[in-house]
Design a protein around this ligand. Structure first.
Ligand code: CP
Length: 322
């Protein structure tokens, strides 16, 4: 599968300017973002960001693929930090008349937007945009093809930390359509950088990634084996939009072998947490009673999305606003 293109995400002074991938971020950089996100997570319902560190900053959300959680939480995060946030409805924009992404970006730069939050189905577009914007402009990935979803990786790491303390002590099983999953890639990069004890990839052979990807992970084609003693179970949906129509796995057969049921979850550690980035397909990759059960932290992942995106927006744009 294609790479996302390379771009230096840092400024000359080493601070983070863009966030297109977690690849290459050190444990200290990830820890710093998680610490700041935890600060915001603690005070979200008390308007922790009253000082509005991004007052005067204008942010554009540009999504070429559907989103509920990422788009809404980036919008809330920006507003809570005092920024002006505009959701660009691309299907109603001049993109629909053939304008290129770069010409749309140049237009928005002329209107003094300084942060572009982009979800894009085509690999490499984010790096291309980052390479063409002005020196004070930041590009943040809200999900790039199957390659990267860095703020999701950070919110997943934050959620594990809140429940388990150190990530280093954890055995983490990622289950499902890992091959097509940007969530899995970014989660792997975060957990790997933070020194997870064991990372397991679990799913049918056709949905596991190529052998050169996910270095250091164990691979399991049997769910029961992959769950044995796990501390964290991350379930992924089948990314139907990335399959040819005749290759989409049969939902009933998939649930029969890989659906997370309460009986199967009992193979994991008794205190294991269950995660899912959503959107969820209940009855296909996860049973409803597990998704809503006592071990599920799925809604907490959503809440953490706002805190993580506040931390990331502040990191890349806080200096510009000062
Ligand atoms: N987890 C996630 O990216 O959800 P959305 O597609 O709704 O943004």
């Amino acid at each position: 599968m294609a790479a996302s293109g390379t771009i230096d995400q840092r400024r000359a002074d080493g601070t983070l300017r863009h966030l297109i991938t977690l690849e290459g971020l050190g444990a200290d950089e990830i820890e710093a973002l998680l610490a700041r996100a935890q600060h915001y997570a603690r005070g979200l319902d008390q308007s922790a960001a009253r000082s509005e560190p991004l007052r005067g900053v204008t942010i554009a959300n540009l999504f070429t693929e559907p989103s509920t959680r990422t788009r809404v939480s980036f919008e809330l995060a920006g507003r809570r930090l005092g920024a002006d946030v505009v959701n660009i409805e691309l299907q109603l924009s001049s993109r629909a008349k053939g304008e290129s992404m770069l010409d749309t970006i140049y237009t928005l730069e002329a209107l003094h937007f300084v942060v572009f939050v982009i979800r894009e189905a085509e690999p490499g577009v984010l790096a291309q945009v980052a390479a063409h914007v002005g020196p004070k402009v930041s590009v943040l990935s809200a999900g790039e093809a199957h390659l990267s979803h860095p703020t999701q990786g950070l919110l997943d790491a934050l959620t594990v930390r809140q429940h388990k303390g150190s990530i280093a002590a954890q055995t983490i099983a990622i289950v499902g359509d890992i091959r097509h999953s940007r969530v899995a890639r970014s989660a792997y990069q975060a957990f790997h950088a933070l020194g997870a004890r064991a990372l397991r990839l679990v799913g049918p052979a056709a949905l596991l990634p190529a052998p050169h990807e996910f270095a250091g992970c164990e691979r399991f084609e049997t769910l029961e084996e992959g769950l044995e003693g796990a501390d964290v179970v991350m379930i992924l949906r089948i990314q139907k939009e990335r399959f040819a129509a005749n290759e989409i796995p049969d939902a009933q057969q998939y649930f029969a072998r890989y659906g997370l049921t309460a009986a199967r979850l009992s193979r994991a550690h008794p205190d294991a947490i269950v995660m899912h980035p959503q959107p969820m397909n209940r009855g296909i990759e996860i049973a409803s009673d597990v998704a809503d059960g006592p071990q599920s932290v799925i809604r907490q992942q959503v809440s953490n999305g706002v805190a993580v995106r506040m931390a990331v927006l502040e990191a890349v744009a806080g200096a510009a606003a000062a």
